[in-house]
Design a protein around this ligand. Structure first.
Ligand SMILES: CC(=O)SCCNC(=O)CCNC(=O)[C@H](O)C(C)(C)COP(=O)(O)OP(=O)(O)OC[C@H]1O[C@@H](n2cnc3c(N)ncnc32)[C@H](O)[C@@H]1OP(=O)(O)O
Ligand SMILES: O=C([O-])CC(=O)C(=O)O
Length: 391
């Protein structure tokens, strides 16, 4: 976008005024920030975290290593990973405000609303709450990443009345999350698959929730405030909320009438959740992994109905609309087969994306400028004011 002033005047310093571009609806193709965190090639369907191809990371790198890569800049050595793991373990402890309010929040708020509130409360409890210094931000990023799965598990236990299993220090973040949500120690392969899901969702350039976090951080607000903005943004069904909607769609379809039902919905102008993407014009590389994992889990479960229905939906949407599944589509059945309740699918997304959001806040604070775009005025002009009695 060209630089303009809103009154059409000179921008100062002798720079000649340029005419405003027509705004791009939804800021499509507008470069809103520089980042060294992730990169997408939308035509080729490729995704990189700090230069590493997602296909090299998925299934070979743990979520903890990925979070370290994003927040601290490198894939860790064993020693660094051990230090970071110890920091995450210490960071899991919740503060008194959060502890006090979880039961009531669980009673009154839906999962993503609850997380938004709980992260805000965690900000009040955070020992670094008054600092945006780089070291404080690194510590806050680790604590937020460690606490997010615990918050989801504690919320779920509070609303169901279940006794929460103790964290098992032998298990990863992924393994412990499955343990606490399902109440059973996960099988090794289930924990591996879920860990890969967390890796696949960790960061994704200037997606809506990350952008929201960066806008907030760019006012030099604090990390918890930026994350609250991000959680509220992830919640919507056009973004992270789509994974839950995918499952609800599958549950609402007759397995024998999938193709016709999808065609009817498309003909009626409805969007099919889990398809389409602003940046990818081909298969989302994350969907390739998620489809494979969904198939594996479906076979292992002995009932592959939802997987088969998903494949059928995919064929119809591609044929009718030339749209590909995005990350949310096969994530839905993967989480379902792993025993995660449907209304926790979007919170699971936030468990992973916390690593990327916090890294973006660190990056924004490290080289900050207020994010304040312009707008195109399309309202009335030259209105004549009248006193209230004459309107
Ligand atoms: C983690 C994530 O956030 S991934 C995305 C998760 N969101 C979803 O799955 C929701 C469904 N998908 C969508 O709504 C969109 O594809 C988005 C929001 C992901 C991308 O949106 P945009 O780039 O703004 O595309 P937009 O919504 O303008 O769609 C362009 C055209 O494709 C159509 N289209 C896009 N997605 C879909 C869909 N899922 N089903 C049917 N039609 C669709 C639109 O109706 C529109 O058609 P038109 O030009 O005839 O009006
Ligand atoms: O990049 C986007 O717009 C949405 C997305 O896929 C993500 O946030 O993972």
């Amino acid at each position: 976008m060209k630089q303009t002033s809103s009154d059409g005047g000179d921008l100062g310093g002798g720079t000649p005024r340029e005419v405003a571009d027509k705004p791009t609806k939804g800021l499509a193709d507008v470069v809103a920030a520089s980042t060294a965190l992730s990169d997408i090639d939308g035509k080729a369907g490729r995704l990189f975290y700090r230069g590493y191809d997602i296909h090299d990371l998925a299934g070979r790198t743990t979520f903890e290593e990925t979070a370290h890569l994003l927040q601290r800049g490198s894939l860790p050595s064993r020693a660094r990973l051990a230090d970071y793991g110890a920091e995450l373990a210490r960071g899991r402890t919740l503060g008194t405000l959060v502890e006090r309010d979880i039961p009531e929040i669980a009673e009154r708020q839906a999962p993503m609303e609850a997380l938004r509130t709980l992260v805000s409360l965690a900000g009040a409890d955070d020992p670094d709450k008054d600092s945006n210094a780089p070291e404080a931000n690194l510590r806050k990023a680790a604590r937020l990443t460690a606490q997010q799965p615990i918050l989801v598990a504690r919320y779920h236990a509070a609303r169901t009345g279940a006794t929460l299993p103790e964290i098992d220090p032998e298990l990863s973040i992924a393994g412990n999350f499955l343990l606490q949500i399902t109440g059973r120690r996960p099988e090794r392969r289930a924990a591996e698959i879920f860990d890969t899901c967390l890796v696949l969702h960790a960061d994704h350039t200037m997606n809506a929730s990350t952008f929201a976090a960066r806008v907030c951080a760019a006012t030099l607000s604090d990390m918890h405030s930026a994350i609250v903005a991000a959680i509220g943004t992830l919640k919507g069904p056009l973004h992270g909320g789509a994974n839950e909607q995918v499952m609800r769609t599958l549950e609402g379809l007759d397995p024998r009438g999938v193709a016709q039902a999808v065609r009817d919905r498309l003909a009626a102008g409805e969007k099919i959740m889990g398809f389409g993407h602003r940046v990818y014009k081909t298969e989302d590389p994350r969907a390739t992994h998620l489809r494979r994992m969904s198939e594996e889990l479906a076979e292992a479960s002995g009932d592959d109905t939802y997987y088969r229905m998903s494949r059928e939906m995919e064929e119809v949407v591609l044929a009718e609309k030339h749209l590909y599944p995005n990350v949310d589509f096969y994530a839905a059945t993967v989480y379902h087969y792993l025993g995660i309740p449907t209304d926790l699918f979007t919170p699971v997304f936030s468990v992973s994306r916390m690593s990327g959001w916090t890294a973006h806040v660190i990056e924004q604070h490290a080289d900050n400028r207020l994010i304040r775009p312009d707008s195109e005025y399309i309202g009335e002009r030259d209105q004549k004011w009248a006193p209230i009695g004459e309107r």
